[in-house]
Design a protein around this ligand. Structure first.
Ligand SMILES: [Zn+2]
Length: 250
């Protein structure tokens, strides 16, 4: 008798548990298929997808920046960065016997021609220098602090040009701060980025570039980068350091 009662109790409990389980499942199903839950789920999926897309875009940007930084036109040469031993320069004459890297000749010629067409008088006083020339200059300068150590001069890359105003040729030394007041120089500083050049050693950046203010030294970096560098008042070192902030590869 007692055993039968027990069995009935077990069956009842089992049935009760089953009933509770069924009801709970039904409620869960009803709740989870409600429009609100559906909406929340879609929203979460959308956020997830958006995050994945953003991550992919950030990764692509990093890759593009790394790729740009490895291009010849963004090479960084300064006191702390020597020209790589395998860096080769193929030069072509620009004018007056001055030669530059063949890859920048068109841009440099165009800049000089447009400057002259605007009524100014630019004169190249230095472009590509061989290691030997840089060594000679370094050995014979009275001011070693202002002369790049051989292997560390941008002129050895063939990507830079020192340009002055013809009217300053008579000065005892045309390569001084006053060059910035010359009309030709003003034009060059305002338009150089249109041809892919930057004023490489700006004022107040001496500690970062390691070079004094040089309102005559123009360096080719390509139009896209030149526009960003010049409009933000940067030097090349700052730009390469913070490229992620300034450069948007589109
Ligand atoms: Zn120079």
């Amino acid at each position: 008798m007692r055993r039968k009662k027990n069995r009935a109790l077990v069956i009842m409990i089992f049935a009760l548990v089953l009933a509770v389980f069924c009801v709970a499942s039904l409620i869960i199903h009803m709740v989870s298929s409600s429009p609100e839950v559906e909406e929340a789920r879609n929203a979460a999926e959308e956020v997830e997808q958006q995050e994945a897309e953003e991550e992919a875009a950030a990764e692509a940007k990093q890759e593009k920046i790394a790729d740009e930084k490895s291009q010849w036109y963004l090479i960084l040469v300064n006191e702390w960065n020597a020209i790589p031993d395998d860096f080769e320069v193929e030069t072509v004459e620009i004018e007056d016997g001055y030669v530059a890297d063949v890859r920048i000749s068109e841009a440099l010629n165009e800049m000089l021609a447009d400057c002259r067409a605007a009524g100014y008088s630019p004169r190249i006083v230095s472009t590509f220098r061989t290691r030997e020339t840089q060594q000679y200059l370094y050995d014979h300068t009275a001011n070693k602090a202002d002369t790049a150590v051989p292997g560390h001069s941008e002129h050895e890359c063939g990507l830079a040009a020192d340009i002055i105003d013809v009217d300053s040729i008579g000065w005892s030394d045309p390569l001084i701060d006053e060059q910035e007041d010359m009309p030709t120089q003003k034009w060059l500083m305002e338009h150089c980025q249109d041809y892919g050049f930057i004023l490489r050693y700006p004022k107040d950046k001496e500690e970062i570039t390691g070079i004094i203010y040089e309102p005559w030294h123009y360096r080719y970096v390509g139009k896209e980068h030149a526009a960003i560098i010049m409009s933000n008042g940067l030097c090349l070192e700052e730009y390469l350091r913070d490229m992620e902030t300034y450069y948007d590869p589109e």
